[in-house]
Design a protein around this ligand. Structure first.
Ligand SMILES: [Fe+2]
Length: 373
């Protein structure tokens, strides 16, 4: 089923119509605690369809919490899933949707997936991950990150309601916006990029740069609408290409320093970008070095930078304006080794320029401000 995206003022009012279309008898609402502060809470209470709420998960959701969600979903005999929240709530919902059609006596992560027909609606309350428009989710088990992917994990309906962003804490708005920007850039240079994904990336970057100031500094509704749309484009871009090295390198930074996802990715991206633009001879994109060189020029132009170095500087300037700092602790060799070990170079085949273990360690050294070798 293709995804239906409903946006604009009062778009949430169409939920009742969607429930009628789906014939929903009882829905399973997956949301974080900020839900209680949203006008949606009262709206759901009066919508005329019964629901069961599940909020028993943390950001960077763990497998055990997802399993508890699956058990509750089954026990309550719900027929529809509604996710309201940021990337974590939507990722949990996608996993509940997928796992609930599998064998509960076995490890869900070890089973072969099949399409789930349980209808799902996603209502993002942050503008960043674009998770509402991707068919994969991230879940942690025993400290290890797992990607769960299946075609039918793409939500059937998406409600993009900018009013839901108005009360977001400023730091969260900055981190999520940076996640969207990084995803759009990474998707553009990914070896899996297509004409369609490139168009989404370009639009996302242009909209973010044009509207970020009004969104962050003036909290304008129009800007929130544009940034929410841009984040959705960045989600649609990585739905085609997935992410690349900066995302892969960010996950351990997130868990070691408890940095929000967008903050950690934004620290990694300029260092990887800088390295790639000066080491194009190590290109692994089958379309060739000249192709990747042109892509980097196009990204730089869209960033308003002219060339990669100026575009990277523009990106770093945005980090300074947002107050996105590097972790201050001076890094010991052991921490660098832990970070480097968390990234498997063989799994960076999506990145257009080859990165080996030494390179990754050097990049982490720059990211953490430690001295060069
Ligand atoms: Fe991301």
């Amino acid at each position: 089923m293709p995804q239906t995206i409903i946006s604009g003022e009062q778009s949430r009012r169409q939920l009742a119509e969607i429930f009628r279309t789906l014939g929903a008898g009882k829905f399973f609402l997956i949301c974080g605690s900020p839900f209680d502060r949203l006008p949606l809470r009262v709206f759901f209470e009066n919508i005329g369809t019964s629901y069961v709420r599940f909020s028993g998960f943390t950001s960077n959701p763990v497998y055990e919490d997802v399993c508890r969600g699956v058990d509750l979903f089954r026990r309550e005999c719900c027929d529809t899933i509604v996710a309201v929240g940021g990337g974590s709530a939507i990722d949990v919902a996608k996993c509940v949707r997928q796992f609930s059609v599998l064998d509960s006596s076995k490890d869900y992560l070890a089973q072969e997936y099949q399409d789930s027909r349980i209808p799902m609606i996603a209502v993002p309350t942050t503008a960043g991950t674009g998770s509402e428009s991707t068919h994969f989710a991230v879940v942690y088990k025993n400290g290890r990150k797992y990607s769960v992917a299946q075609r039918s994990m793409l939500p059937d309906y998406v409600i993009l309601d900018a009013d839901l962003l108005r009360t977001l804490p400023l730091y969260q708005k900055k981190c999520t916006l940076l996640d969207a920007l990084c995803q759009a850039i990474e998707s553009w240079w990914s070896v899996k990029s297509t004409e369609e994904s490139t168009e989404y990336s370009k639009q996302a970057i242009e909209m973010i740069l044009q509207w970020q100031e009004d969104y962050i500094q003036r909290n304008s509704r129009e800007a929130a609408e544009k940034i929410l749309q841009a984040a959705n484009y960045s989600g649609r871009a990585i739905n085609i290409t997935q992410t690349t090295a900066p995302h892969a390198m960010s996950y351990k930074l997130t868990s070691l320093y408890r940095l929000p996802h967008g903050h950690a990715v934004a620290l990694c991206l300029p260092e990887v970008w800088d390295y790639m633009s000066t080491h194009l001879e190590q290109c692994i994109d089958s379309r060739g070095v000249e192709y990747v060189r042109r892509v980097l020029v196009d990204i730089a132009r869209t960033m308003g930078g002219g060339d990669s170095q100026r575009a990277i500087e523009r990106f770093r300037m945005l980090l300074r304006e947002f107050g996105i700092d590097k972790p201050t602790e001076h890094q010991r060799q052991k921490v660098l080794e832990t970070l480097t070990k968390s990234v498997d170079p063989a799994r960076l085949d999506n990145n257009p320029v080859k990165l080996n273990e030494n390179t990754i360690m050097n990049l982490y050294r720059h990211i953490l401000k430690a001295e060069r070798d």
